[in-house]
Ligand binder design. Structure first.
Ligand SMILES: [Zn+2]
Length: 438
């Protein structure tokens, strides 16, 4: 983090203390960070996970052999800027130039990157346009803040430094949205969960037990809601948070229905494939409907409120053993969306995997959504559908009947003290260049 950004987000006192802590984590060579990365890798490998490490291209350019070894070993490296700069303040031309150069460094290092994460989780519309133009498959830069668990962390969140972080990240409140990837004009947007490592350790000052509980709490919430938990743990904080990572992954592995634990490139690939799945529901007679899922073998068809002989899954839903079936139900097993409901709700339900018809005849359908024009909340729409008794069919969010998803990510901003010191200088260079563009 550059000095200016650091002071903006924490205030000068917090900045000095943090700088001291961060400096103590890096050494003159890459050895200290290599030990952190090895431990990170060992924890994820032990629990069958593949980490995603968004890496600043300049750092990769200075240490290609060190980082290529991890990529060859299975870690996913994504692009984390050419230098560690604030992309929300850069114009399109500067972003095109710098991200193109970043990709060239990745290519020269023999690493094929499909994803991007903005440093400081910051980006603007130009970032997204450039990523599309350059053929990126996903970006993972939007922070989503989860509500605190009951207890001490709620009080800690009233600190100004916590509020500053949420502002810096322009964080979205998870209480109002579905925390899932979104496919937008060819680019998958994968949200990042807050609190991340930095907030747990430095802003909330939680002890080891409380940090673990906080991540398990997000795992609980995401499992209950079928959401995605993109955990952010910078490799240099493995000494403080390695145990919390192991505990969270182990808990994810125990959950039933299962948690889809995957790197961001796999999550993006899945969301892409899923966007092409189609669930056809047609009337074939009075009180008879044909349901046919046109999808890859790892897609899951969920059914509620109609006997299909499937295994219980979650709540009222069962996993249909067949993809082509007939339902004898008086009501149409799709969502009815009222005529006045805004178009955005339709788009949202389609991406959620619900077939729908436009109708004000609520009684004729397994679920009904009626949203007056104006501001609407994704959670309220989903809650209305969740409360509906059915009959209702749906394409599940995650592959192979998983209930929720977990991605383990950690930005590599520096490998050595030199990288860390150079970062402020490189960022300043980019900022002043960016400003000269119109
Ligand atoms: Zn970073």
């Amino acid at each position: 983090m550059s000095l200016a950004m650091s002071i903006r987000s924490r205030g000068p006192a917090g900045s000095a203390a943090r700088t001291r802590r961060v400096l103590s984590r890096f050494g003159p060579t890459a050895n200290a960070m290599t030990r952190h990365l090895d431990r990170y890798n060992a924890i994820t490998a032990e629990l069958g996970a593949r980490p995603t490490w968004p890496t600043t291209a300049c750092v990769l350019g200075r240490h290609p052999d060190v980082l290529k070894r991890y990529a060859d070993g299975g870690a996913e490296l994504a692009v984390h800027g050419l230098v560690h700069g604030d992309h929300a303040s850069l114009d399109e031309r500067t972003q095109r130039e710098t991200i193109t150069r970043a990709l060239e460094i990745f290519e020269r290092s023999g690493i094929y990157a499909t994803g991007f994460r903005g440093p400081y989780l910051r980006y603007n519309q130009a970032t997204l346009d450039v990523l599309r133009e350059l053929g990126f498959r996903y970006h993972s830069s939007q922070a989503v803040v989860f509500p605190p668990r009951d207890g001490s962390s709620a009080a800690a969140r009233s600190t100004p430094s916590y509020a500053l972080a949420l502002k810096l990240y322009s964080a979205v409140d998870a209480r109002h949205v579905a925390v899932t990837p979104r496919l937008r004009d060819g680019l998958v947007d994968i949200p990042v969960a807050i609190p991340d490592d930095e907030i747990l350790v430095e802003r909330l000052s939680l002890d080891a037990v409380a940090r673990t509980l906080e991540w398990i709490h997000i795992l609980d919430l995401t499992h209950r809601r079928g959401d995605l938990f993109t955990l952010q743990l910078h490799p240099e904080r493995i000494p403080e948070l390695g145990d919390a990572l192991r505990a969270t992954l182990a808990e994810a592995r125990r959950r039933r229905p299962a948690v889809f634990v995957a790197s961001l490139d796999r999550i993006a690939a899945w969301w892409w494939r899923r966007s092409r799945f189609v669930l056809h529901v047609t009337r074939i007679g009075s009180g008879r409907h044909r349901v046919r899922l046109d999808a890859d073998p790892d897609a899951t068809l969920l059914v509620r409120g109609a006997p299909v002989g499937g295994a219980p899954w979650y709540g009222a839903d069962v996993v249909s053993p067949r993809r082509d079936l007939e339902l004898s139900t008086a009501k149409m097993p799709v969502v009815a969306i009222s005529r006045r409901t805004p178009d955005g709700v339709r788009r949202f339900l389609r991406e959620e995997g619900f077939p729908y018809e436009i109708s004000d005849d609520a009684a004729a359908y397994g679920a009904h959504v009626d949203v007056p024009a104006g501001i609407w909340s994704e959670r309220e729409v989903l809650d209305a559908v969740e409360r509906a008794p059915g009959p209702l069919v749906r394409i599940s969010r995650w592959p192979n009947a998983a209930r929720s998803a977990l991605a383990v990510t950690g930005d590599i901003d520096a490998l050595t003290l030199t990288d860390f010191v150079l970062r402020s200088w490189e960022t300043r260079e980019q900022r002043s260049n960016g400003r000269h563009q119109s």
